[in-house]
Design a protein around this ligand. Sequence first.
Ligand SMILES: [Zn+2]
Length: 292
Amino acid sequence: MWVKIPFIVAGMALALCGGARAEACGPQKLGVSRTILVGAPVHVGLKTYPRTLDLKDHEIVLTFDDGPAPATNRVLAALEAQCARATFFLIGRNAAAMPALVRREIADGDTVGSHSYNHPILPSLPLARAVANIEAGAAAVDKASGGKASRFFRFPGFADSPALLAALDKTNRPVFGADLWASDWNAMTPREELDLLMGRLRRAGGGIVLLHDSKRETADILPDFLAALKAEGFHIVALAPGDVPPALRKAPSGWKSETEETLRKMGIGGGKGAAPKIDVPLQEQKDPANRM
Ligand SMILES: [Zn+2]
């Protein structure tokens, strides 16, 4: 009989905790307004693709790339303080090195996807090596997450190719681009980064936002950024794995792929030009387009 006591006590503690947390996550916090379920095949994000998630005005999806990293702790604390949720696209090698942070993301209710094993520009590799890098990254992230990672994927530097997209479709991996970003790969003060990001968000009215939890400045601005989102009436939409593609919205007429234009100038993609061999971790890269 006595062995049941710890369970009862634990249950009471959980109930108390849940109550306190529900109160802490009241209407004064940013919170999460709804969740979109996403299944493959799908490629979304207006910076790269002519379609995105069917978000309403002032709805935003927070995404963070290139972690986990030391600054991830502060990013998670800021999200938790506002009861907000995000999707993290992790570099496999970083996830293997810092599994405790991956488990914290899962425990916090965030969604975890992958972003290659070591952040190469994938179309510059032979196809089989590129696919193997994607798979190794996803496997490392899934292992670090305790088997709780999603199949969501984002290309390093948004550098895709038709063959790689087909491989991801075949292996049931939804592909995420972004609708806007903070350009947090450029040197800026936190104030400049916050002003730039809020200015872009006000003009766009919402969308899939790309940030980097590997960047100290981004961790610095996050509490103020989330407070500004709440103050200006933005709503957080969370993402979770689904069985079918989500509702989509087409790009406006005259749309152009901004990331493909950048990559073409670098000689990557479109099957033209000499593709540079870039196979270094994000922190060592110099070119902004390789830091996405
Ligand atoms: Zn990246």
